[in-house]
Design a binder for this molecule. Structure first.
Ligand code: PMV
Length: 315
């Protein structure tokens, strides 16, 4: 039996992170330059039911039956076995690889889940449709994020730019004038569950102030969608900076993110903001026309450990 592989892209949130957990819209897009891959190979000499999971990139190797019910990699495999009613799969090894930095706002957790669900269900002869892949990946996101909105698993499963509202049907939209974004990494790993949890504590302590911030984000996201659908990316830059200021007020920025946002503006970016959970991880910056590579270099000079240019919509 040949090995079966599936890949899933990374993602960035353009607008609306955190507020999206509280019902506001957000805009996200896949990033094809980074990906997670899951490969399942049959092990003909091992006993039926034995599933070994290896993720060499993070030094992980374990048997499925040794993992707790809440281990995200184990959950991804078990969710497929349960969905397909396969209590004893053929013996196999699942290998996870890819190049999405962990805990950096690029959706590594969701991409790994989507890749595993796709590869494992295909290995069992019943590749699951996107809707089911998305639903299973969402359950696993709850382990990563605590109270996820579902935006990461959705944009990664469908691999298209989305306008996302929690609980609403998926909406994709057309970008009138394609543009490029620079994604720059602070190099600081920051688990999304922590910043999401801290925002929740603030919201419980000061519901009115936080709700007002979330609503301002929502208004800005709706405007950003209009701007992307009708042209003029220049206004997007101003909206990104306004969104960053609101994220600072939610306490999810950090000195390193703020310094890189400032460095982007100094280097001529039309706007910049943190992307994803915050406190570390990545920021995105909107270059002036033809300036993407120069802006990426300026951000590396200013301390970003990585900076890549990604087209929107993805090519
Ligand atoms: O996975 P990250 O770090 O890109 O963050 C996801 C976006 C949040 O809004 C912070 C959380 C969520 O579930 O929507």
């Amino acid at each position: 039996m040949p090995a079966i592989s599936a890949t899933a892209p990374g993602k960035i949130i353009l607008f609306g992170e955190h507020a999206v957990v509280y019902g506001q819209p957000a805009i996200a897009a896949p990033v094809g330059q980074v990906f997670a891959r899951a490969t399942v190979s049959a092990e003909i000499h091992a006993p039926a039911g034995q599933v070994t999971i290896q993720a060499p990139g993070i030094g992980f190797a374990a048997r499925l039956d040794s993992l707790s019910d809440t281990h995200p990699l184990g959950m991804a495999v078990r969710s497929v076995l349960d969905t397909l009613h396969v209590p004893r799969p053929p013996a196999c090894t699942l290998r996870i690889s890819g190049n999405i930095p962990v805990a950096s706002g690029l959706g590594s957790g969701a991409a790994v889940s989507v890749a595993i669900v796709r590869a494992f269900s295909a290995f069992l002869g019943h590749p699951l449709p996107d809707e089911q892949v998305n639903a299973l990946a969402y359950e696993i996101e709850k382990i990563h994020h605590g109270t996820p909105s579902g935006i990461d698993n959705t944009v990664i499963t469908y691999a298209r730019p989305v306008y996302f509202v929690r609980g609403a049907p998926i909406e994709t939209f057309l970008v009138r004038q394609p543009f490029e974004l620079v994604i720059a990494d602070t190099g600081i790993a920051s688990p999304t569950s922590l910043s999401v949890g801290d925002v929740r504590k603030l919201w419980l302590a000061e519901p009115e102030r936080m709700a007002a911030l979330f609503e301002q984000v929502g208004a800005l996201v709706r405007r950003a969608r209009q701007v992307m659908e009708t042209g003029d990316p220049a206004e997007l830059g101003a909206l990104m900076l306004a969104n960053h200021t609101l994220l600072q007020a939610m306490t999810v920025s950090s000195p390193e993110l703020d310094a890189l946002v400032q460095a982007a503006v100094t280097a001529g970016a039309l706007g910049a903001k943190l992307s994803g959970g915050g406190r570390g991880g990545n920021l995105i910056a909107l270059p002036a026309a033809g300036q993407a590579e120069n802006l990426a270099e300026a951000l590396r000079q200013a301390g970003a450990v990585r900076a890549l240019v990604t087209p929107l919509p993805p090519r």
